[in-house]
Design a protein around this ligand. Structure first.
Ligand SMILES: C[S@@+](CC[C@H](N)C(=O)[O-])C[C@H]1O[C@@H](n2cnc3c(N)ncnc32)[C@H](O)[C@@H]1O
Length: 280
């Protein structure tokens, strides 16, 4: 923790103690996420009557233009419903590991906890590879590949709103020469037997998309398969499900590596498996 961060929390508490009771001051958020110049603040119910005043103090002390109240992520497009509680503009450019991500932080998910995976992707591919990102979002995982590995990338994103940012991010990062984007459901993608590497950065429903991934994969391709898994089913799952589906479609699957990304819910983990697939 930097000295600046150490000083921030007492400063915020000191200012807000002028309007909040000591009990409410003790409930002020101690952790938050900052994406570019937008702050995402988890605020407890008890603090809601003062949300505007609280957000203003966090904004001024941390120097951000907009503060959002953290809410839920859900639905097919994994949209967020974060309420604007200070400022008016939730669109920002977040820079991480040399990659620019433009997004609407109030509607489009960007998980700070997935940072290690985004950084890992930056050195995962070789320049001559073709990578297909089946759940591209704003390019969370595939921009680092296009930018740092210089591999060719096809990024597929179904949500028209998220897609707008994906297209802008390809330009912002100057990777138009090697990264193309499609605003379709990945199950409508026509490429067969083309990819050296496939990203499946989606959870819960990911198994439904395994047959399409196998169709897009070249013989010997690597699939980065994400899913959530209850701890009691680990370590067999989620590889067992992947392998069974692959077998049904006449593919072999070899588990190369398995990593925990983050805790998804109590007793449930978000994991990523690197799996090599072979045509039988
Ligand atoms: C959870 S976000 C993850 C983004 C990124 N892959 C990551 O792991 O950080 C998944 C994205 O997949 C998109 N998506 C969901 N179903 C899809 C489908 N059938 N075809 C293409 N994109 C889809 C959603 O709109 C969302 O933007």
């Amino acid at each position: 923790m930097t000295r600046r961060t150490q000083l921030i929390k007492p400063r915020i508490r000191e200012i807000l103690s002028n309007i909040l009771s000591p009990e409410l001051v003790s409930l002020l958020p101690k952790h938050w996420a900052q994406l570019g110049d937008v702050l995402i603040l988890p605020l407890r119910e008890e603090l809601l009557p003062y949300k505007k005043e609280i957000a203003k103090v966090y904004a001024e002390v941390l120097g951000v233009k907009t503060v959002l109240r953290k809410g839920r992520i859900g639905g097919e497009f994994r949209e967020t419903n974060y309420e604007i509680i200070y400022g008016s503009d939730p669109i920002t450019i977040h820079k991480e590991n040399g990659v620019f991500y433009k997004l609407d932080a109030s509607k489009v998910m960007f998980s700070p906890a997935n940072v290690k995976e985004r950084v890992r992707m930056a050195s995962i591919a070789k320049p001559n590879e073709l990578v297909v990102d089946m759940f591209a979002g704003i390019g969370h995982l595939s921009l680092p590949i296009a930018k740092h590995c210089k591999a060719k990338v096809i990024a597929i994103e179904k949500s028209p709103y998220t897609f707008r940012f994906l297209v802008e991010n390809i330009e912002l990062n100057k990777v138009q020469d090697r990264m193309a984007a499609y605003n379709i459901d990945n199950r409508e993608f026509k490429g067969e037997n083309i990819a050296d590497r496939i990203l499946m950065g989606y959870v819960v429903k990911t198994p439904k998309f395994i047959p399409k991934a196998l169709e897009i994969a070249k013989d010997g391709a690597i699939i980065h398969y994400h899913n959530t898994v209850p701890e009691r089913l680990m370590p067999e799952e989620p590889f067992r499900t992947f392998q069974e589906t692959a077998k049904e479609y006449n593919y072999g699957a070899e588990l190369l590596e398995s990593r925990i990304i983050k805790r998804y819910a109590p007793g449930v983990w978000h994991v990523v498996l690197d799996i090599r697939v072979f045509k039988k």
